[in-house]
Structure formats: C-alpha cells, structure tokens
Design a protein around this ligand. Structure first.
Ligand code: FAD
Length: 475
C-alpha cells in the first residue's frame, strides 16, 4: 500500500527498550522511525518509573539520614517539605533526561512520529497522531512502511477488577504525582514498586499497611536479605498482612474501607486515605494490532521471542516488558541493542547469564543470579560466603552497619552463580557481582582482587574470602 514514510526499522514505543534499539540501529547506518504516543521519549522508566521514583527516594533517604544524625548529636531541625517544589524538582529531573533523548534522536536523524501506532499488515504501521500532554488524537494519521519492526510497547499497571473509580486509589503513576500526603495508605502488593513508593510516602509522614498474597515481601530475594530490610522498616508499617487477599474496597466520604481475607487478615474492614495498587504490570501486546501483522500474542498480552528477539514473524522483533519477566529497564536496553544489531544483519544474541534486581528502599536490597532458595529448591550443592557489614569500617563509619554481602558459588566448578546485598548503596554494589558471574569468576578471583579501603565495595572481596574460610583482618 501507499505510505507517508518509509524506513529500514520502525520502533514501536520509546521506552528504554525502544530508544536503545532506535539509537543502535541508527548508529549501524539504518534509517529509523520511532513511534511514541507520549509527548516525551523515555517511556515508563523515565516519565513515570525508575527515574522519578529514584528522585523522590533520594530525597526520602536524605530526610531519614537527617533524622539519624540527630542521634549522633548533629541537628538540622525538622525537615519541612514543600510538595509543589519537590514535584517541580522531580519534573525537572525527568525533563533533563527526556530532553537529552530528543537531542540524541535528532543527532542520529531518527524520525519521531507522535501518536498511537497499530500494525496494518506485516510491513505497515498506521499512526493516529496525538498532541498535548493528554495525548489527544488529532484525527490525522500517518502510515509508515518498514523493512523491520521492533515492538517495544511496554506494559502498564494492573488494576484489580473490583476497585471502585476513585481519585484516592492510585497506581505507581498516580503515586508519583505526589498530589498530597495521606495520613494512612494501604500498599496493595508487597513487591519492589509498592515498597519503594511506600518508603517515599512514609518519609513524608504517611503511616503504612502493606498486604501481600504470598508468604513474604519482595519475592525473589532470599529471606535473610528481606529480614534485615523488614527490621529496619518496621517503624514505617502499622501492619504487614501476608498470605492475605484484598477482596473488596468501598469508597466512602470518610475513607476507603478495605476487606481482607486470609491468614493474618483483620476481621473487619479497615479504613485508608489512599490505596496504592502495586500488584504487577501487564504487557501492552493486545493493543497494537499485532494480529494484523501475524505476530502471535499470548492471552495475557506477552509476545514470545527467540534469542535474537525475533517474534514468529522473523522480520518483526520485540523487546522489553512486552516479551516477559523480569520487567526491568536494564533488560529492555540490552534486548534493544540485540534487536537493532539483528536488523542490521549481525549475528547477535541475547545471552546474558543473569539480570540483577534492586529494591531502592532504605536499606537497598539487591540480588542477582541464583539465590539460596533457588539452589535449595533445585537440590544444587553450593558454597556460601557472607560478610556482615558490622565488620566493615566504612559501614560503621557511615552509621549504617546493618547490611551484609553474600556470594554463592557452585560447589563443583567453584564459579560464582549468585549474590545478594542488603545495605545502603546495595544497588550500586551488585554490578561487580554481575560482572563476576558473566566472567565465570571463582572465589579466589574475587577475593584476591584488591578493593579500595574503606569502601562498602570491599565487602564483595571479603565475602569471597569468607567463602574459603578466610577470616577478615580488615575492619
Ligand atoms: P516502556 O517503558 O513501558 O515504554 C513503552 C512505550 O511505548 C511507552 O512510552 C508507551 O507510551 C509506548 N507505547 C505503547 N503502545 C504504543 C502504541 N500503540 N503507540 C505508540 N506508543 C506506544 N526498572 C528498573 O530497571 N529499575 C527501576 O528502578 C525501575 N523502577 C520502576 C518504578 C516504577 C514506579 C515503575 C512503574 C517501573 C519501574 N521499572 C524499573 C520498570 C521499567 O520502567 C520498565 O521495565 C521499562 O520501562 C520497560 O521498558 P520498555 O521499553 O519495555 O517499555
């Protein structure tokens, strides 16, 4: 058919997966069109995810630190938060990054088409153009003809079916708007996103309850890490309801009344000023006309891909949240690079051994690869090295020695296969363990690597030494 635009690669969605794919494809000499319905590039991660949440978590961490300082005789007075200014700061952080992406797109001559994209067939996408912050449709459309397409349409927050329509019930996007600080909030779902937003609101003065269907918070992490987090965060939570389901919510003028069911559930409905729904994210696969192009989408909206990120239609690829768990920005970026290279004819494959997870709470919890739980479940023999931060000079000097660093090694090969860290800056420290796993390092490689003293990073080397029974003589 006829087309308004033609390109080698059409990228649908400008999140971390989409922009990484688009930029890499352009760098490899391909002509690229990126279709995005939002006014800015960056997707969920930059606009309503990773970045704004971290901007607010940083502020929360500083406020909490100021309170620790009072205990050691340094007084800053009680923090006073001006929500309007804080919100503007967050917008500015987002603006810097999304603006940077726009410039990078221009520099690479990547064409950005603003609107809702939908496949018409296996070589055309029709874009209904949008404008303004509310993504209003203009009535106009453009058709783009492509040789290859990369689907990077991401995911959105799951909404429980029984939830009433009420402005006091928000998902992470609504919570990041920071409209007000409620007295009492229910965090519905005890995963990373809920606990991060809970941290922000709690520091601003909100009392929290959290409800989780499974038997523990932060699923996927070893329980010894979570236990430290829980001890340090007990003061934020009035109740932690585990193995408990939320079955009904009634919106009344005096509050949101929530009925629970399960082991630890309260018998009567509980009242909240705000509910944060953080029960997971659902992929956008069923909203992009994929069937018109012959691309198979699962009932839940996921698109299956092979190691080259190709869907069942080989010239149409998919990356990021839409291809499955873990739904993380750093996974999307690496998949995006592979997809772009495949479009350029390279023999590229996504073959990362591991993908790290981080909860940017206070303290942070980070883990990668195998966990003690996963190894025990698989009946696999392993060697463990644990270094408690109570023996780290830097952690003690920082007044934050509650954490620890743990490394797990395969007993037969001696190679590192997993690790976990709980403590301040754990997310920044986990990268070294990721590298060690990718390189197939063993405990001697890590233990004999000289780390700078005194740092929290030293704890990685010392945990490796501990795995070989060497006791540390470095405080
Ligand atoms: P997305 O970022 O979802 O982008 C998809 C884009 O496609 C969107 O911009 C959307 O508008 C566009 N789009 C969809 N359909 C169409 C269409 N038909 N036409 C045009 N455009 C379309 N991950 C981390 O790694 N670290 C974190 O700290 C972290 N924190 C998070 C905090 C929160 C509150 C949330 C919600 C998520 C967080 N994540 C984090 C997850 C991370 O945001 C996602 O994994 C990541 O954004 C996925 O990237 P993506 O490219 O697959 O898609």
């Amino acid at each position: 058919g006829s087309a308004d635009l033609e390109c080698d690669v059409l990228v649908l969605g400008a999140g971390p997966g989409g922009y990484s794919a688009a930029f890499r494809a352009a760098d490899l000499g391909l002509s690229v069109v990126i279709v995005e319905r939002y006014p800015t590039l960056g997707g969920v991660c930059l606009n309503v995810g990773c970045i704004p949440s971290k901007a607010l978590l940083h502020v929360a961490a500083v406020i909490d630190e100021v309170q620790h300082f009072a205990d050691i005789g340094v007084h800053f007075g009680t923090p006073k938060v001006e929500l309007d200014k804080l919100r503007k700061h967050k917008e500015k952080v987002i603006g810097k990054l999304t603006g940077g992406l726009t410039m990078m797109a221009k520099a690479r001559k990547v064409t950005v088409v603003r609107g809702y994209g939908s496949f018409v067939d296996a070589h055309h996408v029709k874009v209904e153009l949008t404008e303004g912050p509310a993504q209003a449709k203009t009535g106009a459309s453009k058709t783009v003809r492509f040789k290859n397409a990369i689907i990077a349409a991401g995911s959105q927050a799951v909404r429980l079916p029984f939830m009433p329509d009420d402005p006091r019930i928000v998902d992470s996007t609504g919570a990041l708007e920071l409209k007000s600080v409620p007295k009492k909030m229910l965090v519905l779902g005890g995963g990373i996103i809920g606990l991060e937003m809970g941290t922000v609101y709690s520091t601003l003065g909100t009392r929290l309850d959290v409800v989780e269907m499974l038997d523990g918070l932060m699923q996927g992490a070893d329980r010894d890490l979570v236990k430290i987090w829980q001890k340090m965060n007990a003061h934020r939570y009035d109740n932690i309801y585990l193995k408990t389901k939320t079955v009904a919510v009634e919106a009344k003028p005096d509050g949101l009344w929530v009925t629970f069911e399960g082991e630890g559930a309260p018998k009567t409905p509980q009242r909240y000023d705000m509910i944060l729904q953080s029960v997971g994210r659902s992929p956008n696969g069923r909203k992009i006309g994929a069937e018109q192009a012959g691309v198979v989408v699962s009932d839940r909206g996921f698109i299956s891909v092979d190691k080259q990120m190709r869907t069942n239609v080989p010239h149409i690829l998919a990356i990021g949240d839409i291809v499955g768990q873990p739904m993380l920005a750093h996974k999307a970026v690496h998949e995006g690079h592979v997809a772009a290279e495949v479009c350029a004819g390279h023999k590229a494959f996504f073959d990362a051994k591991v993908i790290p997870s981080v909860a940017y709470t206070d303290p942070e919890v980070a883990w990668v690869g195998e966990t003690e739980d996963s190894l025990k479940a698989a009946g696999r023999k392993f060697k463990k090295g644990l270094f408690p931060w109570a023996a780290s000079g830097r952690a003690i000097a920082n007044g934050r020695d509650e954490g620890f660093t743990k490394l797990l090694f395969d007993e037969d090969s001696g190679r590192i296969i997993g690790g976990g860290i709980v403590g301040t800056h754990a997310g920044d420290l986990i990268g070294e363990i990721c590298l060690a796993i990718e390189m197939g390092a063993d405990s001697v490689d890590i233990g004999k690597t000289i780390h700078p003293h005194p740092t929290l990073g030293e704890s990685v080397g010392l945990a490796a030494e501990a795995a070989d029974g060497h006791c540390t003589d470095l405080p």
